[in-house]
Design a protein around this ligand. Sequence first.
Ligand SMILES: [Fe+2]
Length: 365
Amino acid sequence: MTLEFLYRQPVEIRFGTGSLASLGETLRSLGASRVVVVCDRFLRARTEELRQSVPEIAGVFSDVEENPQLSGVEAAVRLIRETNADAVVGIGGGSTMDTAKFAAAIARSDAEAIAYFCGERPFPMDRLPMIAVPTTAGTGSEVTQVSVISHGSEKKTINNPAFMPRCAIVDPMLTVSVPPRTTMNTGLDAMAHALEGYWSRNHQPISDLTAIEAVRLVLENLETAWRDGTDLKARENMSLAALLGGLSFALPKTAGSHACSYPLSERYHLPHGEACAFTLDSFVRINADERLEHLARAVGLPDTDALAERIRELKRLGGLRTKLSELGEFDLDAVCREAAAHPLMRNNPVPMDEAALRRMFTALQ
Ligand SMILES: [Fe+2]
């Protein structure tokens, strides 16, 4: 079989401890003179501080919710239009970056956000540059064109080139204050991105390399970062793991664990990383093949079983839920039906229908 692939990575990446200080320079390099910062309410004070050194900040939108809503996008768009901003900076976790991506993509159009959310309109070609500044080590949203936004109870994962950030500033210092449980959740999300990008049906050689390195970095640093959030080397390595994890799935996309995470998050309110991790070790066992054995050995493990076991250990260590009984009244039929129907399930290398998912979940009693 001949090899064919297309690789594209358009985001300028500035990585390093203290790299947030380069925000002003980055904005100037983009020709931006008035920017709106999108963040969550915990980062509001920090962002106000930033104004001292970045006079280009014309407004701050800090009402991003944990499960970002379209109403948040609309409010951010209003502020961008009112301030006549020419760039958008998203500082925060996945929710913040996803809101900032959506807002930057549509702020120059005259249509409402709902028209784009519903797919009534194609995303405009004319959009504002967006700078992504992650404050957790996990989502990899800074290098992907994915935005997960809800409108009421409808949650959509929209994958569109309009959402690709222009620049990512990855400053591991910003992750130092992340609490241990979030460190574990987000770190395992990064692991899921790398593994799923690697075993996705659309895997390709360049993403494979970033995936192997991301898995190695998570295995070697997540426990340390979880135990001692002030360990800067572990934080730096986890920020790098999350970035490489993002690059690993940006093109191949994720697979079974992410497909299962959506019903788990929606029905049982598991944070995204915990929801992905819930089935990740099960999928390591299900998807184990020669390629995955190669990855396991490349990251210093004897085999794929050891990889699954290590993921399970990390979940237990972090106090993450690992059994159906910990989720309350579990609706096996509904979760299996929704996970099987999720488009990402089609990327799983081993076909997973409702019956196969039922077998997998039943083993997690
Ligand atoms: Fe994820």
